[in-house]
Design a protein around this ligand. Sequence first.
Ligand code: PMP
Length: 428
Amino acid sequence: PYDGPSAEEVLAMRKQHLSPSLFLHFKKPVMIVEGKMQYLYDERGRRYLDAFAGIVTVSVGHCHPEVVEAINHQNQLLQHTTTIYLNNQVAEYAKELADRMPGNLKVVYFVNSGSEANDLAIMLARLHTRNWDIICLRNAYHGMSLGTMGTCGQHTWKQPMPQGFGYHHALNPDPYRGAFGDDGRRYAADVADLIGAATPGRVAGFIAESIQGVGGTVPLASGYLPEVYKLIRQAGGLCIADEVQTGFGRTGRHYWGFQRQGVLPDIVTMAKGIGNGLPLAAVVTTPEIAAAMSGRLHFNTYGGNPVCSAGGRAVLRVVDSAGLQAHCGRVGARLLGRLRGLAEKHDVIGDVRGEGLMLGVELVRDRRTKEPAPSETAAVMESMKDLGVLMGKGGLAGNVFRIKPPMCFTEGDADFLAEVMDEALSRL
Ligand code: PMP
């Protein structure tokens, strides 16, 4: 049993010694001290069903035995040297990851966070194209570094200072709130306009997720990416897919999120689920693009260290051997159906969307005006926590439930979540 400091003591230490810009998800904070697959446990041993996976980070399950075993084994053999020596783990891992990529995406850079991966991807695009400007999306989130802060399309993540130069935000192809509904081609026309108006007519690249995560589970409008990729390439740019949340089979039908729209990116970035909670991230690109950076040295102290590599390799194995991609498709379809059923009963639900185990439920005060319902969302989330389910939340107004559990989530868990949500919505 847990015998550390109480939740109140931890909260006091956190207030005094950790960043004042941190945020908590609940009015009465939950303290989590243990995790097992799709379950989390607080300091009193109370079990919660985890529907947010540490913000879409725990892919195959909290403390998945095969991943833990791989990490423990490597931990005792060799923890760290850096890439100045040869080591088998990072090389075998790069090969196994490249084997799961389409096209000529065969060169891997390992780093430690999604922000670092996206910074590196943008640098590669700029070096390869010898252009500077980057097109990104309103409502996007790609990280908190000085560079990636510029790509974010939500004011809440931007400090009042220059956030990198040369980032231009296109209209968000949001099927629910956007001006053109689900017509991706009409949003793409805005990208052509933006390139003409805000850049020298040549760009370094374009970066987007296929389903925006932090932005509130927003699947990009149909046909958007093929059209935009064409425009960006015509303007000399490269296309970057941020797979930090959508990768590794979570969306069910596809292993990578960009495959939903049938495109082939030039650079793919990954983090979060790649390491099931380990500090691990990667950039994958083609040998031709990688060559653009080879005129100078490149180094990353912890990137691809043996312990993270061993853990990352175990994640790839488990996703395949447990058939988690197909599983996400099956369980996600069931949950989506249940959530749509709730929308028929509760007027406060304005939209239910997403694919696989990357789902969103948006709450509104009026289905016609789509006025966001953030306080209602917070209240439902608090009730669901009290009933044993930890939900995620997002969107600029904080009115979208983000349901992105560990991929081992079962159909029984999906039914339980829907029943608890029904009860919590009824309490509003
Ligand atoms: N890209 C996406 C899509 C993300 O969701 C996040 C993190 N929420 C990042 C990049 C940044 O990752 P990190 O926090 O590891 O820097």
